[in-house]
Design a binder for this molecule. Structure first.
Ligand code: AMP
Length: 189
């Protein structure tokens, strides 16, 4: 089975596109943010973790790696995966490769959606009206962008060296981006 990562700054449209791609290609959509929020709601991880989400900082490596390892372990064997929001650090990228290797799996492609921060901010502030997420506000968003800027280069280099990174322009309509990403997925399935 083929596995993909969707990668991009806050507001790039990762969640929207991952959901559409998951439906079209029968992939399991693993959103680390949603998995974390759900684990918090169900008391599966310490309440303390919430302070990282609220501030727009990355949760401790151990927390997210354990959660993702567990989640990957629960997936059907014959279904491909699309990761959204994970990995966020070089360490997570390396760990993900180890987890997949144990199952004889690998990442086929990393799909980066590129947008500028101005557009990302506009989209997140629009989403804030309905998302109910307490990290969708201007102050926290600036921190989320800062964290992204810090972590993205090592991750991109990691996948670029493996010739797995594809970058597409995210400043277009959902449909146009979806067509573009679909074409990339089809080259790999
Ligand atoms: P997201 O829904 O992807 O925007 O993630 C929301 C928040 O969850 C982030 O700001 C982090 O606090 C946390 N989070 C999500 N994914 C990760 C990850 N891979 N590593 C660490 N923290 C994460």
């Amino acid at each position: 089975m083929k596995n993909f990562i969707i990668f991009g700054s806050p507001g790039a449209g990762k969640g929207t596109q991952a959901e559409l791609l998951a439906k079209k290609y029968n992939l399991a959509h693993l959103s680390s943010g949603a998995i974390l929020r759900n684990a918090l709601q169900n008391g599966l991880i310490s309440d303390n973790t919430n302070k990282y989400l609220k501030a727009g900082n990355l949760v401790p490596e151990k927390t997210i790696i354990n959660l993702m390892t567990e989640t990957i372990g629960r997936q059907k064997k014959n279904q491909g995966l699309i990761f959204d929001g994970f990995p966020r650090t070089l360490n997570q990228a390396e760990k993900l490769d180890e987890i997949l290797k144990e199952k004889n799996l690998t990442i086929s492609k990393v799909l980066e959606i590129k947008i500028n921060e101005k557009e990302g901010t506009k989209r997140i502030l629009e989403r804030a009206k309905t998302s109910g997420r307490n990290d969708d506000n201007k102050k926290i968003l600036n921190n989320r962008f800062r964290v992204y800027r810090q972590e993205m280069t090592p991750i991109k280099n990691y996948y670029r060296t493996q010739k797995k990174l594809v970058s597409i322009d995210g400043c277009r309509t959902v449909e146009e981006i979806f067509q573009n990403l679909s074409a990339e997925i089809e080259k790999n399935i």
